[in-house]
Design a protein. Structure first.
Lengths: 451, 531
């Protein structure tokens, strides 16, 4: 294949117009010793028809190509994506535009981002939001940068069951020496204010909380936020935006920043990317925000318009003094989130969250009657629940897959101590029949494993 | 509806004023012959001064969009399952709209955008090349789009295979030994690259190396990424737009960890002494990093692995994945063997029996930089792109991109200043300083371009060229499009002399006229909520 439209005659004419005899003459600065000798060592070109067959065959090796009921969550959830969403989101006008550097011909993209910011602020109960970050991990990492700059302190305290990958990313970006982990209470799966108090002090820049946490449990959020504030630290909450349809928003409970993963709002799971990090906070922090922010203004005739604003925070102006190095982010996924929130709307998002709540609680009821299986923690949960199995979850998951069900997330992702935990999320897509099938597979997997 | 809201906005007060402003300067019919028609979006009836209402303005209490199935399981009471404080008291004020209202809103908004499928988008350093449609379709195959990264490896063999294969292809194309696909964008790739260098020196006990040399022509992300790993930046002054070996020698020392070079540079010129620079840098014990934003100039022509220690790639530039209105991108990092032990983890490995598995991050790894394994959907597209082009198609990228850039540069030199007058690579930088005497600045040229249905180039970058206009046509623009673009650019240079007001008042035909960016920053309004 080639996407170049060029005839030999045109090439000759262009070289003549440039004033050189041959293409080689344009490469005078490229030393011969550095040039590639012969064709690249990659397979011969595939036509569109062949490509479709080749990649289609690779895709078919994933269970997702078949209707295998999935109870996987862990930050990424299998929600229904309305047909209208991709129809609009994947229009060339959105897909093939870039960062709105010329706002007069990018009002579509800019207004969408403004609407995204508005709805994220509304869901999180905070004043302002940015245009998106790469993913949940980058949102958590950037929140910690903001907290460190704001407080002049370096310590990051992770309260209990923060998504383990977010905690790993904190270590990568901030240095493991700056990250302190407060263990969750083994009985409840959440962190007690006393345990948090013991871990924070005058060097703590922020406390990282998750709502609901990685185990699906609901932390005593207000108490933990107050504990953070009492030590002069910022309270950062990583939240699930679907859950926020039903839960008191972190901003209302006093959180300084609310960040997280927005994939569940209408974006495909796509093996973990592209997904979308969201970032909201109190307005006094906005000048320290990372990434792009869109603001409302007017044009020369007084018409309303939207532009990228507060750009003096950003790398292309401030270079090494920028608040973040982020440039390109996740515009298309933020668009999908915006369309999703519009299509579902005020009541629809509550309905989705409520169905997730009901189905996950039904699954837990079914699990409780399986011998050897119990709900792991004595805490409230909303749309994901941790089960304790009598065998390593990895074994049960393997068996479950043979029985045609993806049972859930292996708790070992959180650490060796959690290897017997199975995290289960039943979204609105799971029917009663599928949940019953899941419960039967779980029972068989547990029995088989115990043998 | 009131008569006012029913009237089309083209007849609104604000627009009438604009029409009047346009009238004396609009060129006579025929003067635009051969040029694309000015964009004339179809606007819905809206109040004056509003191009498209906000969702919050379209929302009507009681309207519903997508409905969900009834609950088919025995129900639990929310109040019984959650503590009272945790239950949201007031529903989030999200829009209430029917599906057609939502579709029309976003469709109308989309028509306000310039985009690559409509016309040339010659943003320098952004490589706005054609985005093949088959690649999008493959990324959205249910097997790809539905794969979950927490699923057991046997459930996602296809996803792991794509990652493994693409790593191999990118290594072959760049001449490096190993590749990580985890970074989500170029800036995250740069940061990852700096972390790799830091870990490498830490393992060697050379923790005193804390400085990174960055040329003054570099992208802003370079110094920002260096700062993010806690190192300091030393700016290298360029000489005649090039790396200055003398300045490099002076700056190198035992405290220098790395030198970040963009090749070709942001001026669009290949650094001819890169091998000599590399020898100096390596003799000083430092690492040589390549900012691969401009790799489109080098595909099939130069394998950077021959000279550099590591580089990042921008798959949304060189490898044609759509830019999505500002992402997602992907910023893989390619390294020589000595840096491989430090790559982010987990990594995909072919295990026993040919099955793929995820190998947890090694003890030497810098750790995790993404929630999962990177922007997989972008990786599928890049894989498909490379497979569809093959060796000949890949070599054609740099060849035709260089030809296009040189052709345009020669057409425009004279009408605009050309600060560095020698053959360019895939892009070139003009200066609008010669128009200043007419009261016209580069930003005016950029805005006037929009009237002709073309996007403006990158402007005011690189910082070392005053009134910079950075043009990257890419290989997928045809001769006809290049000629159209050139004719518009030449026309604007002429207008600057003869009728500068038509340029300084532009744009005239866009959905909104020039926007007040100062006011946006002064009177911050970042959400639709009344503040």
């Amino acid at each position: 294949m080639s996407y170049v439209g060029r005839s030999a005659a045109e090439r000759e004419a262009m070289l003549a117009s440039i004033g050189v005899a041959r293409f080689e003459d344009l490469l005078i600065d490229v030393p011969r010793a550095l040039r590639v000798d012969g064709p690249l060592d990659v397979p011969a070109a595939a036509s569109e028809l062949e490509l479709r067959a080749e990649v289609g065959a690779i895709a078919a090796k994933n269970d997702a190509a078949r209707d295998v009921p999935s109870f996987l969550g862990g930050g990424l959830y299998d929600h229904y994506i309305p047909s209208a969403l991709p129809r609009v989101a994947l229009r060339s006008e959105f897909m093939t535009a870039y960062t709105p550097y010329q706002p007069e011909v990018a009002q579509g993209t800019l207004q969408v981002i403004f609407e995204f910011q508005s709805m994220i602020a509304e869901l999180t109960g905070l004043d302002v939001a940015n245009a998106s970050l790469y993913d949940g991990a980058s949102a958590v990492v950037e929140a910690a940068y903001l907290a460190r700059a704001q407080t002049g302190r370096d310590g990051i305290v992770v309260a209990g069951a923060l998504h383990p990958h977010y905690e790993q990313a904190l270590g990568t970006f901030h240095g493991a020496e700056h990250v302190t982990h407060v263990a969750h209470d083994p009985a409840t799966g959440i962190v007690t204010p006393a345990a948090l108090t013991a871990a924070i002090g005058p060097t703590t820049a922020c406390v990282m909380l998750q709502y609901p946490n990685f185990f699906g449990a609901i932390e005593d959020l207000k108490a933990l936020i107050d504990t953070a504030h009492a030590a002069g630290a910022l309270a950062v909450v990583a939240a699930d935006p679907i859950a926020l349809a039903l839960l008191t928003p972190p901003g209302t409970l006093g959180a300084d920043l609310c960040v997280g993963e927005a994939q569940s709002l209408g974006a495909p799971i796509s093996f973990g990317g592209p997904v979308c990090g969201f970032f909201a906070g109190k307005k006094e922090f906005v000048r320290r925000f990372p990434g792009r922010i869109v603001g409302q203004t007017v044009d020369g005739q007084g018409s309303r318009g939207f532009v990228l604003t507060l750009q003096t925070r950003e790398q292309h102006i401030r270079r090494e003094k920028a608040t973040s190095n982020i440039c390109t982010n996740q515009g298309l996924i933020a668009l999908m989130n915006t369309i999703y929130l519009s299509l579902l709307g005020k009541q629809g998002l509550i309905d989705v969250a409520t169905l997730c709540f009901q189905k996950t609680h039904y699954a837990a009821q079914r699990a409780k009657v399986v011998a050897g299986v119990e709900v792991a923690f004595a805490s409230s949960y909303l749309r994901e629940v941790a089960l304790k199995l009598p065998l390593p979850a990895a074994q049960a998951i393997k068996k479950g897959r043979e029985l045609g069900v993806l049972l859930g997330v292996d708790g070992a992702a959180f650490g060796k101590d959690s290897a017997n935990l199975l995290l289960v999320a039943a979204t609105e897509k799971r029917t009663k029949a599928e949940i019953d099938q899941w419960a039967a597979a779980l029972a068989q997997a547990v029995k088989g494993g115990a043998r | 509806m009131t008569p006012e809201t029913a009237s089309p906005s083209v007849q609104s007060g604000a627009s009438q004023a604009r029409a009047a402003a346009v009238a004396p300067v609009v060129p006579p019919p025929g003067a635009l012959a051969g040029l694309p028609p000015a964009s004339a979006p179809v606007l819905p009836p809206t109040p004056p001064g509003i191009v498209e209402p906000l969702l919050s303005e379209l929302s009507v209490s009681g309207h519903r969009g997508v409905r969900l199935p009834a609950c088919d399981v025995p129900e639990t009471k929310l109040e019984a399952a959650l503590p009272a404080w945790a239950i949201r008291a007031t529903p989030a004020a999200l829009p209430e709209m029917s599906e057609p209202e939502v579709i029309r809103h976003f469709t109308r908004l989309s028509t306000l955008n310039h985009h690559l499928d409509k016309g040339i988008y010659p943003l320098g350093s952004c490589t706005m090349k054609h985005n093949p449609k088959i690649n999008d379709e493959l990324a959205f195959l249910p097997g790809m789009a539905g794969a979950h990264p927490f699923a057991p490896a046997e459930s996602v063999q296809g996803a792991l295979e794509i990652i493994s294969r693409l790593e191999g292809l990118l290594a072959a194309i760049t001449g490096f030994d190993a590749v990580t696909l985890m970074p989500a964008a170029g800036a995250q790739g740069e940061f990852t690259g700096m972390l790799l260098v830091r870990a490498y020196f830490a393992a060697k006990g050379e923790t005193h190396r804390t400085k990174v040399l960055v040329p003054d022509s570099a992208h802003g992300t370079n110094p920002a990424s260096v700062h993010a790993v806690g190192w300091s930046v030393v700016e290298l002054k360029s000489k005649d737009g090039r790396l200055d070996l003398e300045a490099l020698k002076q700056a190198l020392g035992p405290d220098v960890a790395a030198v970040m070079v963009t090749q070709p540079s942001t001026l669009g010129m290949f650094e001819p002494q890169i091998q000599e620079a590399a020898d100096l840098i390596h003799a000083a014990g430092a690492q040589l990093y390549l900012d691969g934003a401009n790799f489109n100039a080098l595909v099939g022509l130069v394998k950077p692995g021959k000279v550099f220690d590591l580089m990042h790639l921008n798959l949304h530039k060189t490898f044609s994945t759509p830019h999505g209105g500002g992402g997602p991108g992907a910023g893989p990092v390619a390294v020589k063997a000595h840096l491989e032990p430090f790559l982010p983890g987990p990594r995909v490995k072919a295990g026993a029996g040919g099955a793929y598995e995820l190998e947890p991050a090694r003890a030497t790894s810098v750790g995790r930089v993404h929630s999962f394994l990177g922007n997989f959907g972008v990786l599928v597209r890049a894989y498909a792109y490379i497979r569809s082009l093959g060796p000949e198609g890949l070599a054609e990228i740099s060849h035709e991109a260089i030809l296009n850039a040189n052709y345009l540069m020669r057409k425009l030199a004279g009408a605009y200043d050309l600060p560095f007058d020698r053959p360019c690579m895939h892009e070139f930088v003009l200066s609008g300083r010669n128009l200043r005497k007419y009261g016209v600045r580069t930003t005016d040229v950029a805005k006037r371009l929009l009237d002709f249905g073309v996007h403006a180039p990158t402007v005011y970058f690189p910082l070392i060229v005053e009134e910079a206009i950075m043009i990257e046509p890419t290989e997928t623009e045809t001769l006809r499009t290049l000629d159209l673009f050139a004719s518009v650019m030449l026309r604007i240079a002429e207008e600057a002399k003869t009728e500068p007001a038509i340029v300084t008042g532009a744009p005239w035909t866009t959905p909104v006229s020039r926007l007040d960016e100062g006011r946006a920053a002064r009177e911050l309004k970042l959400t639709w909520k009344a503040s």
